[in-house]
Design a protein around this ligand. Structure first.
Ligand code: ATP
Ligand code: MG
Length: 443
């Protein structure tokens, strides 16, 4: 039977959608480690996890991201559901979290301020797949609501740095900028229009549209045609209101005190429309990215978004981190983890012994240990080979004699020591048995 199974030619009928990836168990274990290390940092900063839907109404994302953003104009996975509602798979995390914040009235007096949450999960963007850019990708992100303090901006940046350090990623470059307050934005808007208007025909088609709707977005253009003009564009730093300038200065002062080195990049605008005041990106270059510098973490302040979603005027600040890019960096720094040893392999030498093996395996698992046994009718030699390959610490052999005596032969693989114990000892107190055989053996 198993030979038929092995020799039959297979043809792949289905392939994963373009821009998606299967994360197989060995890699998933590394993801798990990164997630656990991230959770540990979030715990120290008093962030709680929030889990929100993977899809929401299209309008939610469209309105918050801004209708000239790449996400809305090109990248949204949207569809009409069977009830005719226009829905979209989430392209980013903030909109859903803000919606949940408002809908659950998390600004109420019974909740802490700032109210801090983190999330982990898949995001969907219809992009051209390339290294570090997929259509389904994952983000770990945070949002903190309810404080205007520039100290919270600095803490959020520090959190990002700590998180990256805690998962073993170093050599970071931190870029910050400010988008100021609404007054700053209006003044800067006019300055950009005055600057770009005479060069309208030199701009890419996309940017000509942006000049009408949202000239700030031109600064974020990836079109090479726009780059020279963008390089000489006026700087937002010259249009900050005194209050906006003071906020930015306070963030910089706090970063200095925290010994976080940064560069101010006045052309940085971020991909989404909802940001104001501080925005930041953490970048790193690595062979994993073809030695190009790539952004792994990006975020900023979004005072006004909660209000736009129908809530009170509650400010917010957060970031999103691209997990696939992070994993490339982690995998480059650390060799793949060696799989944990198997505690017990049970070799069963007959059909009847197989049933007994299943019973013992269950008892040992209940005691908290890992167990495997044969399910392919392998001969004794094949079973021992499997036990070796799985790096088993103990091998229990069940043959006719063992069944007759209701005893298990247990071999400690490291020393070759072999003993006989009643099945009742295996099922009754495996912890003790394991301690005697394996832990003693290690000393
Ligand atoms: P870019 O300018 O590179 O398109 P973005 O502004 O669209 O970035 P954000 O929306 O800020 O990116 O997302 C935060 C982080 O999520 C990025 O810094 C990156 O690490 C990751 N990310 C964004 N889009 C993708 C994608 N398509 N595939 C993998 N990771 C992504
Ligand atoms: Mg993008």
């Amino acid at each position: 039977m198993c030979f038929l199974f092995r020799e039959r030619k297979t043809t792949v009928k289905y392939q994963k959608p373009k821009g998606t990836a299967d994360i197989l168990p060995a890699a998933a274990e590394q993801w798990d480690t990164v997630e656990a290390k991230s959770r540990e940092v979030f715990r120290r900063y008093r962030y709680g996890e929030i889990r929100v839907p993977l899809f929401e109404s299209y309008d939610l994302y469209a309105r918050s991201s801004g209708d000239t953003s790449d996400i809305v104009t090109k990248e949204m996975y949207d569809f009409d559901d069977k009830g005719g509602r226009h829905m979209a798979l989430r392209p980013e995390g903030t909109a859903g979290v803000v919606r949940a914040y408002v809908e659950n009235k998390l600004y109420g007096p019974e909740y802490p301020k700032p109210y801090r949450v983190y999330y982990m999960g898949p995001m969907f963007r219809y992009e051209r797949p390339q290294s570090g850019r997929q259509r389904e990708f994952h983000q770990i992100g945070v949002e903190a609501f309810g404080s205007e303090s520039p100290l919270l901006d600095a803490e959020t940046i520090q959190l990002g740095v700590d998180l990256l350090h805690n998962v073993g990623v170093h050599g970071l470059r931190i870029a910050i900028n400010t988008l100021g307050d609404p007054e700053t934005r209006t003044a800067y808007h006019h300055a950009l229009v005055d600057y770009f208007k005479p060069h309208l025909s030199e701009l890419s088609a996309d940017s000509q549209v942006r000049l009408e709707k949202n000239p700030l977005r031109i600064l974020d253009s990836k079109d090479p045609q726009d780059k020279p003009l963008v390089a000489d564009a006026p700087s937002i730093l010259d249009y900050l209101t005194p209050a906006a300038a003071a906020h930015f200065q306070a963030v910089k002062d706090a970063l200095d005190q925290l010994h976080i080195a940064y560069t101010v990049d006045h052309t940085m605008v971020r991909g989404l429309d909802y940001y104001n005041h501080t925005i930041f990106e953490i970048m790193t270059s690595s062979p994993a990215f073809g030695n190009k510098e790539l952004t792994v973490l990006a975020g900023g302040r979004y005072d006004g978004l909660v209000e736009q979603f129908g809530g009170p005027a509650v400010p917010g600040v957060g970031f999103g981190l691209g997990v696939e890019r992070l994993m490339l960096l982690v995998q480059e720094n650390e060799p793949a983890p060696t799989p944990a040893p198997l505690n017990v392999y049970i070799a069963a030498l007959s059909e009847k012994a197989g049933i007994q093996a299943l019973v013992l395996a269950h008892a040992i698992r209940e005691a908290g240990y890992t167990v495997d046994m044969d399910f392919l009718n392998r001969k004794a030699k094949g079973q021992f080979k499997t036990a070796n390959r799985e790096n088993a610490q103990l091998v229990i052999t069940l043959g006719d004699d063992e069944l007759a005596n209701q005893q298990a032969s247990i071999k400690q693989m490291a020393t070759g020591k072999q003993i006989q114990v009643p099945f009742t000892t295996v099922t009754g107190d495996f912890q003790r048995l394991y301690a005697d055989l394996v832990e003693e053996g290690n000393n």
